[in-house]
Design a protein. Structure first.
Length: 297
């Protein structure tokens, strides 16, 4: 399986036809067609449903597209890491992170590094635990920054001092908006919007589910999300209220919604994690050293 063939496959998946992919790649259609047929034979799976003029991914093709993208991304990342091993400090650092206002404090460290070393670049991938851990395990990310608790036994880690407060994002017109805080019993039966992780999470590894305790099955979860922006749009449309951390509603005019904390209080700390066997590039190693000097106290 050659990287060149993976690029052919992704071009077809993106363009939806051999003709368009051939033009983009500047490779003849018979060459691309033959390479894709060989790839399907090698995998033992059909990757495309072939129509009259279009090609659509099969379910196996959708999975392979994800893997092909990861392989090519990791290849480019590896090239960049080795290019950065010279005397000049330069290169890329890839970080996966949860949405949190506390990330601003980490960004100050990024800014200080970039001011001193202009050829160091930071690339952020925002997602929930599941998304970040998958990319971290695949080697695409150098670091993950996630809200505790979660199972960090497989990783090296640095606990960060910042804490995030949990509560509910709701319409100002909602009756609960008139209260300074919200108890779990007041949420039973109300339409709620939860992180999609909540559907399959282990209560022992999820502080929010643990906070609800035996009352969690009584919640009326009408929608799930992995990033908050669209979830806030659902709040504004009247779908439900979002269980979330505070201080990350910054999408514009938010006069119609508000945040109310849970009572008793529920807080989560942040932790930065990385693979135990990770061989860092010079820029990634520098970031870790700066993080440790700032927060490992």
């Amino acid at each position: 399986m050659e990287l060149r063939v993976l690029k052919y496959f992704l071009a077809i998946a993106r363009e939806g036809s051999l003709t368009k992919a051939s033009a983009v790649l500047n490779v003849t259609q018979p060459t691309i067609s033959r390479q894709i047929q060989d790839l399907e034979s090698e995998l033992g799976q059909r990757l495309f449903d072939r129509g009259n003029k279009t090609l659509a991914l099969t379910p196996e093709g959708v999975l392979f597209r994800r893997r092909a993208e990861e392989i090519l991304e990791l290849t480019e990342k590896t090239k960049a890491e080795f290019s950065a091993m010279g005397g000049v400090l330069a290169g890329d650092v890839h970080i996966g992170c949860a949405e949190t206002k506390s990330f601003y404090e980490l960004s100050l460290i990024f800014a200080a590094i970039q001011k001193q070393y202009p050829d160091v670049h930071f690339h952020l991938y925002s997602g929930n635990d599941e998304d970040v851990l998958h990319r971290l395990d695949s080697g695409i990310l150098d670091f993950g920054v996630l809200l505790e608790p979660f199972d960090i036994s497989r990783y090296s880690s640095l606990r960060l001092p910042m804490k995030e407060r949990w509560g509910l994002i709701l319409l100002n017109s909602h009756p609960l908006a008139r209260q300074p805080s919200i108890k779990k019993e007041e949420l039973y039966g109300l339409p709620l919007i939860f992180s999609r992780q909540a559907q399959n999470a282990n209560p022992a590894a999820n502080g929010v589910i643990s906070w609800f305790g035996d009352g969690f099955p009584r919640l009326n979860i009408v929608a799930t999300f992995n990033l908050l922006f669209n979830a806030v749009m659902m709040v504004k449309a009247g779908v439900g209220s979002v269980v979330s951390i505070d201080r990350i509603i910054t999408s514009g005019n938010e006069d119609d919604i508000c945040f109310r904390p849970f009572e008793p209080p529920l807080e989560s700390r942040l932790a930065m994690i990385w693979k135990k066997d990770r061989l860092f590039s010079n820029p990634a190693r520098l970031l870790l050293e700066r993080m440790e000097s700032s927060f490992d106290k």
